[in-house]
Design a protein. Structure first.
Length: 758
């Protein structure tokens, strides 16, 4: 079986956006009436209806709330796991308190009367015991024939008549009953990767596709298991396309079935959602990613938006379900912290995401929930022209692929793929370096458009992806790569050496030092207490005791070591691939192996120096290239330990590789996330205040303002830089221009600020 294709690209992109002129805000507004609903509905609301709601759903109050929050569309529960209309299918479970009411129909008619778009919500992969007893062969079973269950419901098999026949009939019935503009479903993909269905439909389909029997269990080294992984991805795309055929045939060409996806490409892979293939088929992306995690801050939502727009196109919309209830821990009926919920929303705006408020249940005892979204969506409506129709401006592209997470990361994808990816993004955020997430298949689109490619432990790379990276470098682009990048093929099988070894200037010896776990150690010489040695040594002028071997004056170091003038070492504690360098490479950092941390009497370096490289750099004067290869996993360590030295070194590598071409400089204290965009005749800078995010754990109790900041923005040829407006503060700033740079001050940022430079 040939490897499953993640799909060809359908568009040409410029810096991650559709080629060609971007419409001005005025043109967008004038043309809105001619656009299909999925191009103009950018604010959404959802009351996720519970079974008790038909008893007391206050439709008139909700209609007022729709108007107050200035939404364009609503998501209304229709059917699937629970029906909210009088379905003709006897096994289609009706809400317990529905009675004779048609709540879905009532709400849909009210929304249409108010000029709103309606998406019918379904939750389709589970059914009642009665349904299971009448059609047991429609449901997923394990190798012993035992049905898979979720609570008191039975999980339907995605390969059988439940998905092929029954659900399409339900969709047709809903359209005939009260036509929505489309459908959304956040449980459409069936069993995840940890469960194999052995029902007769799955066995027959897999045998027909591959000529083989289903794998008995998980085994990444088994070719049949790998084929099952790719076949399972393909099956979900078949369901996507089947449902869209059904909706368009029954509801017209603009009646779309949209499913739903999450923002974490690792987690989506575990649910067989090929995000790249879905984006190639979607006209609008309904995103269910409601808040930050422990390891990723608010800036993670901006990263999600930019990553998904890179796959979908910047001309399309990505509404995101934004929880107004307490998420971590989950309390569905308690209001979220206002600062926490709103900051997640603002971060989404910074990444090109549109708002979609979400309440669980039509009646709330904690009415503080409703206060959260009103000012946010009103602000979004008032400033919509500056939040849509814009192109990102960036220095670096952070390369990712879902396949790398699947076949290289396998069962340890967070450690091997997720942490290096988010660690590097956190370092760029901290350093205020504009970036874009880029799919590994799309590198060719950015040749001559971006200055630097970053490959954070991109272990599994196809031959085609290797060629694209080479073309990027040959065209004058710089490269920063880490860890095991290109050391595996696209199945996750090891290569003998890096496929990019000639670019790295380093060859893998086959040895590894250290480990990927926590850096804390006690009493033993274990992997976690290692260091990096910076070369050459600092001189005697640096304050501190002398051993007698120091140079008289500190020799000049490589620019990537800027900021470390008073130290010879940095903490490490991670995994190091042992490499030997090729001629023409520079090694400014080497390895100090681990030694005891306790007792203090034993905590000293038995081996103070080695010649094992921790950083390999090309010499631009000799090679004409700026390439940095980091065999030490500092990107992973930064995500784990958040040590400032690690973040600084990662940022230094990117700044050096970019050769001074970063289009943004910021002066001022505070953790902020900066995103640059352009529209005809203007540049837009979206700034997020992450100080509260970075100071204490979730949820944020109150926001801590930061500022002032002096910003220096490199101007485009059609931007004069004479006028600077602060949309959140509601005032202008004094602008100064020096050459191609515009300079201005933002006195204060509480949550976010949007700066328009014209």
């Amino acid at each position: 079986m040939a490897p499953f294709s993640y799909g060809p690209s359908r568009r040409e992109f410029f810096q991650g956006v559709v080629l060609g002129p971007v419409a001005s805000p005025a043109a967008l507004a004038a043309d809105a009436g001619n656009l299909p609903w999925y191009r103009r509905a950018c604010r959404w609301g959802q009351t996720n209806i519970s079974e008790e709601d038909p008893q007391h759903y206050d439709i008139e109050w909700w209609r007022q709330h729709w108007r107050r929050t200035r939404i364009h569309g609503v998501i209304i529960n229709a059917g699937g796991i629970v029906a909210y209309y009088p379905s003709r299918f006897k096994l289609h479970y009706r809400a317990r308190f529905l009675g004779n009411r048609d709540l879905y129909g009532e709400l849909t008619r009210a929304a249409h009367e108010d000029g709103l778009v309606v998406l019918a919500r379904m939750d389709s992969n589970r059914a009642t015991e009665q349904f299971y007893k009448e059609h047991p062969d429609w449901f997923a079973v394990d190798a012993q024939g035992k049905p898979y269950r979720a609570g008191d419901r039975y999980v339907a098999c995605i390969d059988g008549p439940y998905y092929e026949e029954y659900l399409p009939d339900v969709i047709r019935e809903i359209i005939a009953h009260e036509k929505p503009e489309g459908f959304t479903d956040n449980s459409w993909t069936g069993l995840d990767r940890n469960q194999i269905c052995h029902c007769r439909y799955s066995r027959e389909r897999f045998r027909k596709a591959t000529g083989k029997e289903l794998p008995a269990r998980k085994n990444w080294n088994d070719k049949t298991y790998r084929e099952w992984i790719e076949w399972s991805y393909q099956r979900r795309i078949e369901i996507w396309e089947l449902n869209n055929r059904v909706t368009k045939q029954a509801g017209g060409p603009d009646c779309l079935w949209l499913g739903m996806i999450g923002g974490d490409f690792i987690g989506q892979g575990q649910r067989f959602r090929d995000v790249k293939a879905i984006c190639e088929r979607a006209e609008i992306l309904m995103l269910d990613d409601q808040g930050r995690s422990v390891s990723v801050g608010f800036n993670g939502n901006a990263e999600i938006g930019k990553r998904l727009h890179g796959l979908l196109g910047w001309d399309k919309l990505i509404p995101e379900s934004m929880a107004t209830y307490q998420r971590a821990p989950v309390f569905r009926k308690a209001a979220a912290s206002k600062p926490e919920a709103r900051m997640w929303m603002y971060a989404g705006f910074a990444g090109g995401i549109q708002p979609w408020w979400h309440h669980v249940g039509a009646y709330q005892w904690d009415r503080r929930q409703f206060e959260i979204e009103i000012p946010v969506l009103q602000w979004h409506a008032e400033n919509e022209p500056y939040l849509l129709g814009r192109e990102p401006v960036a220095t670096a592209g952070v390369v990712f692929s879902q396949r790398n997470a699947d076949f290289y990361g396998r069962d340890d994808a967070l450690e091997k793929v997720g942490r290096p990816h988010y660690g590097f993004i956190q370092a760029l955020t901290q350093a205020r370096i504009p970036y874009l997430p880029i799919h590994a298949d799309h590198v060719g689109r950015f040749i001559g458009k971006l200055d630097v490619l970053i490959l954070p432990n991109l272990g599994a790379m196809s031959d085609e992806q290797i060629v694209l990276v080479r073309r990027f470098v040959e065209a004058g682009g710089a490269l920063v790569a880490t860890g095991e990048t290109s050391l595996y093929d696209d199945w996750g099988d090891p290569r003998k050496n890096f496929a990019l070894t000639d670019l790295f200037g380093a060859e893998f010896t086959g040895k590894r030092h250290g480990a990927t776990g926590a850096a804390e150690t006690w009493g033993e010489r274990v992997a976690g207490h290692s260091y990096l040695r910076l070369l050459p040594d600092v001189g005697r002028e640096v304050y501190g005791p002398k051993a007698g071997a120091e140079p008289v004056v500190s020799p000049r170091r490589h620019p990537v070591l800027e900021g470390f003038e008073a130290t010879d070492i940095l903490a490490f504690g991670g995994l190091l691939l042992e490499v030997k360098t090729t001629p023409g490479s520079t090694v400014p950092v080497t390895y100090i192996p681990s030694f005891p941390t306790y007792p203090p009497e034993m905590s000293w370096m038995e081996v103070e120096r080695t010649d094992i490289p921790c950083l390999v750099l090309s010499d631009p004067e000799k090679t004409g290239r700026r390439i940095a290869y980091l065999p030490a996993d500092l990107d992973r360590r930064y995500a784990r330990d958040y040590l400032p030295d690690h973040g600084r070194l990662l940022a230094n590598l990117v700044r050096w590789a970019a050769g001074g071409k970063v289009p943004l400089r910021v002066e001022g204290a505070g953790l902020i996330d900066c995103h640059l965009y352009r529209q005809p005749g203007r540049i837009i800078l979206h700034v997020l205040n992450l100080v509260s995010d970075g100071t204490w754990r979730s949820p944020v109790h109150e926001l801590v303002p930061v500022g002032p900041f002096e910003f220096h923005v490199r101007l485009e040829s059609d931007v004069s830089g004479g006028a600077v407006r602060l949309l959140v503060a509601g005032k202008s700033a004094t602008a100064g221009r020096r050459g191609a740079w515009c300079t201005f001050t933002v006195p204060r940022v509480l949550d976010h600020e949007v700066v328009v430079i014209e």
